[in-house]
Write a protein that binds this ligand. Structure first.
Ligand SMILES: [Zn+2]
Length: 427
């Protein structure tokens, strides 16, 4: 492929043209030129290269006024597939997406991440293989893999670093494992970062540049969007808010080994313990009955939510208190960081309105008026699929980035080139 402009500039404009069509920013050559400030010849050349690479396609429409038919460009989302993986503390989900990030198929099941990487990733691979075997032969070629893990991840190496709830995972080469098995470039990130990315690209944060995604599940974590991009921090640990200290009580022991952490009082595991204790010590008749009816000796956050929905005083107070803990932490973030949107997701966030109401009230009453003037607090639009969308989109964005697209576009596909992800930098 020959370029009339210098190679670096030609690659810049190639990526820009593809991005603009891909994001719906322009559909015709004149629109591209106008939008990107590029001359007609440059636009024509870049579009020609993208058409011959089969990343763009061209459809013709006859105009009602006669004359030459209009030619409309579209991104060929069907050109390839990516694999998305999301691991939570107690669940796993895998999916296959097209290149627009649309999930074509997905499956999820409960899991225990503390069983270690061999057992957990072995099961993940079985689920992926199952999904792939249902696709056509061409669709079984994997262009990329995106993986979310429930702990801190070094984004550049794709390796989890001292994750507090994942024994056996510290330093495990997650990227290498998927890259070798599927012969495709693989990117690994913290699952909450990926949920934030999913909301940014196809969910509630589409038009927001500064937003926080807070996941309240078994654990608690946050993904930060700053100036439209994920803020991962120097080591990829940004947003690990589950382990900020909220109570000065040595009796509140967290699974990270510290005490008084937010997660240890407001996470799903903590709420389940609260429900269990209340059933046993007579603080809640509803929960005591629930335990007896179900013949179990442990209750979950879900039981506590049902008790609250029935007006059980203990449960209502527990959710009010939990909301104040989480809201207090979020108020600190709001004052510090001034997002325009807080998205609340995760299993516990979906159990009722009581928790959300308490979080809202605390954030608005404890943040600076200027910081909350246009602040929205809303429940995740993507629900339990946020992490899968984010994992797929993370891989797709990397594949089409200025850094990586030139590495594979000459071959027509990144499938079979796992080394593309080796020099990942925190984008
Ligand atoms: Zn902790």
């Amino acid at each position: 492929m020959s370029f009339s402009s210098p190679p670096e500039e030609a690659l810049d404009s190639l990526v820009a043209v593809l991005d603009t069509v891909r994001s719906g920013g322009a559909r015709t050559r004149p629109e591209l030129g106008h939008r990107l400030g590029l001359g007609r010849t440059v636009v024509t050349q870049r579009v020609a290269q993208l058409l011959s690479s089969r990343l763009l396609a061209e459809d013709s429409y006859a105009l009602s006024t006669g004359g030459r038919p209009a030619r409309v460009l579209r991104f060929r989302a069907e050109a390839g597939n990516v694999v998305a993986v999301e691991l939570g503390a107690t669940s796993m989900a895998v999916g296959i997406s097209d290149l627009s990030g649309e999930l074509l198929d997905s499956v999820e099941e409960s899991a225990d991440v503390s069983a270690g990487p061999e057992a957990v990733l072995g099961r993940v691979e079985t689920l992926i293989d199952g999904l792939l075997s249902c696709r056509s032969r061409r669709e079984r070629q994997v262009w990329g893999v995106g993986v979310g893990l429930p702990g801190p991840v070094s984004y550049s190496s794709g390796i989890p670093i001292a994750p507090p709830i994942m024994p056996g995972w510290d330093g495990y080469p997650v990227r290498r494992r998927f890259a070798e098995r599927y012969e495709a470039p693989t990117w690994v990130d913290n699952e909450v970062n990926l949920m934030a990315l999913g909301e940014r690209r196809v969910g509630l944060a589409k038009d927001e540049r500064d937003a926080v995604f807070i996941k309240i599940g078994t654990g608690v974590g946050a993904g930060l969007l700053s100036a439209g991009r994920l803020h991962r921090g120097a080591q990829g640990a940004a947003g690990d808010v589950g382990h900020v200290s909220v109570v000065d009580d040595a009796a509140v022991v967290c699974r990270c080994g510290n005490f008084g952490c937010l997660e240890a009082v407001a996470g799903g595991a903590a709420l389940g313990r609260l429900a269990t204790d209340a059933a046993k010590d007579g603080s809640s008749e509803f929960l005591a009955n629930r335990m007896a009816e179900n013949g179990v000796d442990e209750l979950s956050a879900l039981d506590l939510a049902e008790a609250a929905a029935h007006g059980d005083r203990f449960a209502v107070e527990a959710f009010g208190r939990t909301g104040r803990y989480i809201g207090g932490m979020l108020a600190t973030l709001v004052n510090f960081y001034n997002p325009s949107l807080i998205i609340i997701g995760g299993g516990v966030a979906n159990v009722g309105d009581l928790l959300l109401a308490s979080i809202r009230q605390t954030v608005y009453s404890r943040s600076l008026p200027l910081a909350t003037r246009d602040l929205r607090i809303a429940r995740s639009a993507l629900g339990d699929k946020a992490g899968l969308y984010g994992a797929a989109l993370a891989a797709i964005d990397e594949l089409f980035s200025r850094q990586h697209l030139p590495q594979w576009i000459g071959d027509g596909s990144p499938a079979g080139h796992p080394e593309i992800a080796d020099d990942a930098t925190a984008a």
